[in-house]
Design a protein around this ligand. Structure first.
Ligand code: URA
Length: 209
């Protein structure tokens, strides 16, 4: 069963308070989302496998630990997921980056994939799907469906802010996926916004309205 991890790290909570604040402008918002993405990546990768390697320090030989070579791919859900991607790549610079684009069908209100470009060796990679807002859960569920359909075996999902409704639906749809959240909020409002949330993550990242 996948676990839900809610971060209580003071640096993450501090930065998240500025991200939420409507007074925070585009430049600062972008920088803060990037920084929190990086801090979260530190925890999200906590269970990566290590292997022993023999090295020579200036003093002696020793058996040290290195990552076991399992390959990582980061997959932002377009467009807001792009804001967290560089932060993750600062800690895992060799990771591949896949992209998934989804729009909401105006009639069914269901997310529909309009773009997917992923690394070739899907079965061999661990995936980290990133999207700042886990609201209804629809996009996250569909993006993970899309990865699984193409053969992905190990997937983690990380977001800045989640609504309890979205967390429940994502857990139900993908019980094998660990979910990483910087702030777990109260609810969704009638317009599908997370309350208290931060507004529209894509618009705030890219300065659009
Ligand atoms: N997407 C956003 O950008 N913000 C929300 O509050 C919900 C979904």
């Amino acid at each position: 069963m996948g676990k839900v991890h809610v971060f209580d790290h003071p640096l993450i909570q501090h930065k998240l308070s500025y991200i939420r604040d409507e007074q925070t402008g585009t430049k600062e918002f972008r920088e803060l989302v990037d920084e929190v993405g990086m801090l979260m990546a530190y925890e999200v990768t906590r269970d990566l496998e290590l292997q022993d390697v023999e090295i020579q320090t200036p003093v002696t030989k020793m058996t040290a630990k290195r990552l076991a070579g399992k390959k990582i791919a980061v997959v932002p859900i377009l467009r807001a997921g792009l804001g967290m991607t560089d932060g993750v790549l600062k800690l895992i610079p060799a990771a591949r980056v896949g992209h998934i684009g989804l729009y909401r069908d105006p009639e069914t209100l269901q997310p529909v994939e309009y773009f997917a470009k992923l690394p070739q060796d899907i079965e061999e990679r661990d995936f980290i799907v990133v999207d700042p807002m886990l609201a209804t859960g629809g996009s996250a569920i569909e993006a993970i469906n899309s990865l699984k359909k193409r053969g992905a075996l190990k997937i983690r999902f990380m977001c800045l802010i989640a609504a309890p409704e979205g967390v429940e639906l994502l857990k139900e749809a993908h019980p094998d996926v660990d979910i990483y959240i910087a702030g777990l909020d109260e609810k969704l409002n009638d317009h599908g916004y997370i309350v208290p949330g931060l507004g529209d993550a894509g618009d705030r990242l890219f300065g659009t309205k």
